[in-house]
Design a protein around this ligand. Structure first.
Ligand code: PLP
Length: 394
């Protein structure tokens, strides 16, 4: 047998993709499956964005682009960041990445090693823990508690920092819970971080514009005191329904005291993916600079569905669901049903034809919960709720 380095025995997966594969196989076998599993908008990328990519190809943009991205794409990100956060960043700090995940990969790789601790949200996006373990670092879960609206608690987070902590991963609005961390809590956290200048911060803000009920997203970029140790992840996947285009961006510090993180990630890009394909970058510019009415329409649809999902889930015996304030996920507590979450999720898929993800796929503290993505039609959501309800009352 060939012997790979042991890091590859520790690398994990995103179970949402496995559930998607199983749901697709069942559907191809003739079963009627409603998919509330995968976290991607059920909308098409707006037409003017698609056209911009086609035009770029027709105009002959077929070659390599700079490893950090086209200047025009980075400048578009600068404009976007100003609109959403009011903060001026330099195109010299913007990386155009092939999706959101490569920023996680790069940042965790830069700081992770044996003997190092990395803090990450639990329940949280599964790639955080998987990549931390890949590097050999010790994953330190920061509990996202239901009674706290699945938000970060500044006090609890700060209490987990030790001299060995090198990186703190934040995510708000959050996958899988829809939790949004309030500004006051972030302010307290940033103040507390002053006492820990050895800790870098990776803020995953990929759902930044997906908030409801007037709840505003707070970007960590709004705190200049941590700018030289802050990496911000964002991208096109969710906001403009572009998951398959593989387009993300991130903002990295590059001052000497930051350890020139930007230069490092740019070199990693040269060594790994060279650059992001040109037509996608032209599409990305069109997404940022073009009309946003389709994004608004999508958000209104998500908001309607969110209310339907929460009301429906709270009507199911043994389920209770806090109202998510962001993203497009609901995270009902199912412990009163007596079912272990993974067993319930797989049984609902096989017997009721509803694909969703078990809470433990997002961390140890996800036991007793399910994640439903409401990126599906109102009609399908209602049918899925009905199926879950009648399955449980059997
Ligand atoms: N971060 C979070 C919190 C996510 O939920 C996702 C996708 O589900 C990503 C990052 C990765 O995004 P992308 O598909 O652009 O790689």
């Amino acid at each position: 047998m060939l012997q790979t380095i042991d890091a590859f025995d520790r690398i994990g997966e995103e179970n949402a993709f496995a559930v998607l594969a199983r749901a697709t196989a069942l559907a191809q076998g003739g079963k009627d499956i409603i998919n509330l599993g995968i976290g991607q908008p059920d909308f098409q990328t707006p037409e003017h964005i698609v056209e911009a990519a086609i035009k770029a190809l027709r105009d002959g943009h077929h070659g390599y682009t700079p490893a950090n991205g086209l200047l025009a794409a980075r400048e578009a990100v600068v404009r976007r960041t100003m609109t959403t956060t009011g903060v001026e960043v330099s195109p010299e700090n913007v990386m155009i990445m092939p999706g959101g995940k490569p920023t996680l990969f790069a940042a965790i790789l830069m700081f992770g090693a044996r003997g190092v601790e990395i803090l990450y949200p639990d329940p949280g996006f599964p790639i955080y823990r998987s990549m931390i373990e890949f590097t050999g670092a010790t994953p330190v879960p920061v509990p996202m508690r239901e009674e706290n609206g699945f938000a970060f608690s500044a006090e609890e987070t700060l209490g987990l920092i030790t001299p060995n902590t090198r990186l703190l991963i934040l995510n708000s609005p959050a996958n899988p819970t829809g939790g949004v961390t309030p500004r006051t809590e972030i302010e307290t956290l940033v103040r507390g971080l002053e006492a820990h200048p050895h800790v870098a911060i990776l803020s995953d803000e990929i759902y930044d514009v997906m908030t409801y009920d007037g709840e505003a997203h707070t970007s960590l970029l709004q705190f200049p005191e941590i700018r030289e140790r802050l990496i911000v992840l964002n991208g096109w996947s969710k906001t403009w329904a572009m998951t398959g285009w593989r387009m993300g961006w991130s903002i990295w510090p590059n001052a000497p005291e930051s350890g020139h993180l930007y230069d490092k990630v740019r070199k990693l890009a040269v060594n790994c993916w060279s650059c992001v394909n040109a037509p996608s970058q032209f599409a990305g510019i069109a997404a940022i600079d073009g009309p946003q009415d389709e994004v608004d329409r999508m958000m209104r649809a998500f908001d309607r569905r969110r209310k339907i999902v929460v009301e429906g889930l709270n009507g199911i015996e043994g389920f209770s669901c806090v109202t998510p304030k962001g993203a497009f996920y609901a995270f009902p507590n199912i412990s009163a049903t007596g079912w272990p979450a993974k067993k319930l999720a797989s049984t609902l898929l096989e017997q009721a034809g509803v694909a969703l993800i078990a809470g433990p796929d997002f961390g140890i503290l996800g036991e007793g919960y399910l994640r439903l993505s409401y990126a599906n039609s109102e009609e399908n959501i209602l049918r899925a709720l009905e199926r879950i309800s009648s399955f449980l009352s059997r």
